[in-house]
Each structure stands twice: as structure tokens, then as C-alpha cells.
Design a protein around this ligand. Structure first.
Ligand SMILES: Cc1cc2nc3c(=O)[nH]c(=O)nc-3n(C[C@H](O)[C@H](O)[C@H](O)COP(=O)(O)OP(=O)(O)OC[C@H]3O[C@@H](n4cnc5c(N)ncnc54)[C@H](O)[C@@H]3O)c2cc1C
Length: 457
């Protein structure tokens, strides 16, 4: 049985190739931090695994000791699933190998890499795989969630480019999974999160992405602009994916001072295609209103991930849902609530889906929301921990007011919201099928610090 005693830790050190970080070690406090500043947990030990055999060893140790196991990739889970209170953290950060086969247009990537690191390396070959909107997110966590980002309408979700994976399952075995080998597990990891094992390597399809037009467009937020923005995004060619945040303009140096604190649509447009076609696709958005700021231009694709502040750990409250349409009433509701928000940063993010996402059958992967038209994320970032209930209440109320018949949820943006919301991420037959696969590969629910799918009876 592992405890935090020096003997157990030194035994662990002698058996593993990677770094073992105990509570008394320098660096422990940094190593236990995750992206969300609301999470402050003290694991018994953090293991920075060096290879798949370390992963198997740590998984077996968790199984035999009964200690809670946290699997940490990029650390961006809103619920803080990358760190355990009193348990073992299996930290993938040192698994950083990336083998790009430019001729074959595929890449094998270890799961300690971030989306930004992978994207920069692939762009050196004029190639890309789509991840999300933030470079520091881990490729493991986002891929296992589904992956909704700037190439989503052109190339689909990240999982639509996942060709194979290597996964250490609860019994400590390293399995190679793809459409032919362990197809049930391959189906489940494409959207089912970290429930089924530790993905050590992922094989992705790469797409040619020579020319890219993208960047930020800042528009004044009125109900008309919001409604017409969404309509334009739905009408746009699949090459164009958009993420539009309705929010109070932050006092950033590049935002003209007279707009600070005013309601704006801060949109990122992303056109994966030729320059002229990109300019044509972006034109309807530029015409919605006189832009406050127009930074849309031809640029290297990795520049879509701007540098992020060091050691940035916001206190976030987030609710995610899908809607079928954004009408004037909904736009007014968004603006009214944002106008009354008291958080340092409050936003409603609208992501029009469709395109390649919707061309994959709903039961082809564990991400079942193929026909959902628009993802809506309501978020508040606040500064005082004792204000959590206030801001959680605000996001819940606005998300509730925006609710439409599509009551689904994207697992990647779920916080610690309870079983009903996890079920919303896996509607109908998807849940039952996932529970069956879970029973086969993790019958004791060793991998439970996640958006959990308990094994079927
Ligand atoms: C600022 C921000 C922006 C985001 N933007 C987007 C976006 O645009 N699109 C999108 O789709 N999502 C987005 N997300 C959601 C993000 O994809 C998920 O939170 C994802 O799970 C984070 O992965 P991670 O590895 O960084 O986090 P972690 O906290 O390390 O892991 C998250 C979960 O995945 C599990 N996990 C991670 N890696 C592995 C692995 N290799 N094997 C097994 N289990 C693993 C963990 O156990 C945990 O349960 C965003 C999140 C944040 C905080």
C-alpha cells in the first residue's frame, strides 16, 4: 500500500524511469497546479512518467493501492480532474515525442504535447490537425473529449482525424487500438474521455494547410449583429469556422479605449483555404457593422494560438449547451445578462458547427451531437474564491434562459456538474454502449476521476 512515507516514495523512484515528486520536494506546489485557479489539491505523489512502461506501473500501483488516480495531460479540465486530493497524479508532461510522416500525412504524437506545440510542428510541413481555441490545452484531453476548434467545419472534430491510439488499460496492458483492433475501445475513446485508460500516443491524420486567413474581428454587440453573425456563420463555406464571444470589451491595449467595458462581439474567424476565397468568406462578417477592430489577415495557421500569459490560473464558472438557433429574443437575453454580470470577465460564446462534423453518423464515435447546430458556452472569470456561488449562479441562470430542446452537453466543457450532466454528454444508446465498454476494460472503475461513466452491471 502506497502512502506518502519516504520508503514508498524511494521504492517508486527506484522502479520508475520518470520523475517522482513528493509533497516535500521542491517543485511540488508547481506540479500540482492545474489551469483552474479554483482547484487546490494535494496529491500523495506526482509521477512524471517517462514512457509507457512507467504508465503501466503507475496504473497498476493505483489499482493495487486503491488510491485515487488522476491522469494529467494539459491540466485544463474545468473540474480539475488532472489532480487528486491525497491520491496519485500520473502526469504525462514528459511524453513529448512527435513523429510526423509528411508523405503519408499522418503523425504519431505522445500525449504530453499541447495543441499549440503539435500545431507549430505540423505547420513546418504545411500540415495541420484541428484542435481547439487554446494552444496550452493537452492533445490527450481534448482528443478524448471530441475536439471542437478552428478547423471544425472543414475537417470535423479532432476525433474525426484520430486513426489509432496506444492505451494503457486498467489491468496495466498497453493496447494498440484502431478501427480493426479493439474497435469497441477505439469507438469509446473518441469522445468518451479518460474513462477507458491512459492514452500514451495518438495517431492523427494531417491535412494540407498552405494558406490560412484568420484572426480577430471585433464588432459592436447589438441583437441584430449577433443574430446576423450566427446566420452568416451558418451560411459560410465549410472552410470557415468561427468562435464568437459576446462580452464586455476587456481593457486590452489593442481595443480602442472608448470601447472598454462596452458590449462587443469578439470573434475569431478561421478560413482554411486559399487567400481570395478566405477574403470572400470573411466579407459578410465585416459588413455586419463598422468593425471596432479588424485583425483578420492571411497568416501562418499556428498564429491562431497567441502567446498565453505565464502562470495564468483564472477562477472560472462555465456552463455549456447546444442550441438550434439564435434569434433576436435570445440575443437580447444574452446582452441583458452580460450587462448585469459582475465578474471580471463574463461572456457567451457561440460556435456554429455543421459542415464536416455533421457528415459523420451520430453513432460512429462516442461524440453523439453530430446534428447539434450551435454550441453555446456561458463563462464568468472572477477573482475572489468566496464569490464562486455568485458567479456559478449567474452562468447557470443565463445558460438556463438560453436552453432549447437540444439539451446535450459537450463533455470537454463540463465542470463538476453531476451525473445528469455527464449523461447529457452521452445521450441515449451512447451511454449504454460506453458503460458496456467500460465494464470490459475498466470493470472496477479505476479511471473514475473524470466525467465518469460507471461500468455496466
Ligand atoms: C481555456 C480553455 C479553452 C478550451 N478550449 C477548447 C476548445 O476550443 N475546444 C475543445 O474541444 N475543448 C476546449 N477546452 C476543453 C478541453 O479540451 C478539455 O478540458 C480537455 O479535457 C483538457 O485536456 P487537458 O489534457 O488539457 O486537461 P487535463 O485536466 O489534464 O485532462 C482532462 C481530462 O482528460 C483526461 N486525460 C487527459 N489526457 C489523457 C490521456 N492521455 N489519457 C487518458 N485520459 C486523459 C484526464 O484524466 C481528465 O479527466 C478548453 C478548456 C480550457 C480550460
Amino acid at each position: 500500500m502506497l502512502d506518502a512515507s519516504p520508503i514508498s516514495i524511494s521504492q517508486l523512484r527506484s522502479r520508475l524511469n520518470g520523475r517522482v515528486i513528493a509533497p516535500d520536494d521542491p517543485g511540488y506546489d508547481d506540479a500540482r497546479k492545474v489551469f483552474s485557479g479554483a482547484i487546490d489539491r494535494r496529491p500523495a505523489v506526482i509521477v512524471r512518467v517517462a514512457d509507457a512502461s512507467d504508465v503501466a506501473h503507475v496504473v497498476s500501483l493505483a489499482r493495487e493501492s486503491g488510491l485515487e488516480l488522476a491522469v494529467r495531460g494539459g491540466g485544463h479540465s474545468g473540474a480539475g480532474h488532472g489532480v487528486s486530493q491525497g491520491g496519485i497524479v500520473l502526469d504525462l508532461a514528459e511524453l513529448r515525442a512527435l513523429e510526423i510522416d509528411a508523405a503519408d500525412r499522418t503523425a504519431w504524437a505522445e500525449t504530453g504535447l499541447t495543441a499549440g506545440e503539435y500545431t507549430t510542428a505540423a505547420a513546418a510541413h504545411g500540415l495541420a490537425t484541428g484542435f481547439g481555441d487554446t494552444g496550452s490545452v493537452g492533445i490527450g484531453g481534448i482528443t478524448l473529449s471530441g475536439g471542437i476548434g478552428y478547423l471544425v467545419r472543414k475537417h470535423g472534430l479532432t476525433i474525426d482525424d484520430l486513426l489509432a491510439a496506444e492505451v494503457v488499460t486498467a489491468d496495466g496492458r498497453l493496447l494498440r487500438v484502431d478501427a480493426e483492433t479493439h474497435p469497441d475501445l477505439f469507438w469509446a475513446i473518441r469522445g468518451g474521455g479518460g474513462n477507458f485508460g491512459v492514452a500514451t500516443r495518438l495517431k492523427f491524420r494531417l491535412h494540407e494547410l498552405g494558406t490560412f486567413v484568420g484572426g480577430m474581428l471585433l464588432l459592436p454587440a447589438t441583437p441584430e449583429v449577433i443574430v446576423r453573425f450566427v446566420a452568416a456563420a451558418e451560411d459560410a463555406p465549410d472552410e470557415l469556422s468561427t468562435i464568437a464571444s459576446v462580452m464586455l470589451a476587456p481593457p486590452l491595449p489593442f481595443v480602442p479605449a472608448q470601447h472598454h467595458g462596452r458590449l462587443v462581439v469578439m470573434a475569431t474567424l478561421a478560413h482554411a483555404g486559399a487567400h481570395d476565397a478566405g477574403e470572400r468568406a470573411v466579407a459578410p462578417f465585416r459588413a455586419l457593422a463598422e468593425p471596432i477592430l479588424d485583425m483578420v489577415r492571411q497568416m501562418p495557421y499556428p498564429d491562431i494560438y497567441p502567446p498565453e500569459p505565464e502562470d495564468y490560473h483564472p477562477l472560472p464558472a462555465v456552463r455549456t449547451t447546444f442550441v438550434d438557433r439564435v434569434d433576436r429574443r435570445m440575443a437580447e437575453t444574452i446582452l441583458e445578462h452580460l450587462g448585469a454580470a459582475t465578474a471580471r470577465m463574463a461572456a457567451t460564446q457561440l460556435r456554429v458547427l455543421g459542415g464536416a462534423v455533421a457528415r459523420v453518423p451520430a453513432d460512429a464515435t462516442a461524440f453523439a451531437h453530430r446534428s447539434s447546430r450551435i454550441m453555446v458556452n456561458v463563462a464568468a472569470m472572477y477573482e475572489q474564491p468566496d464569490e464562486a456561488a455568485l458567479h456559478e449562479g449567474w452562468v447557470a441562470e443565463l445558460a438556463g434562459a438560453l436552453q432549447q430542446p437540444d439539451a446535450g452537453a459537450y463533455v470537454g466543457f463540463l465542470g463538476d456538474e453531476g451525473e445528469e450532466r455527464v449523461r447529457a454528454a452521452y445521450p441515449g444508446a451512447t451511454w449504454d454502449r460506453l458503460a458496456q465498454v467500460k465494464a470490459r476494460y475498466d470493470p472496477t472503475n479505476l479511471f473514475r476521476l473524470n466525467q465518469n461513466i460507471p461500468p455496466a452491471e
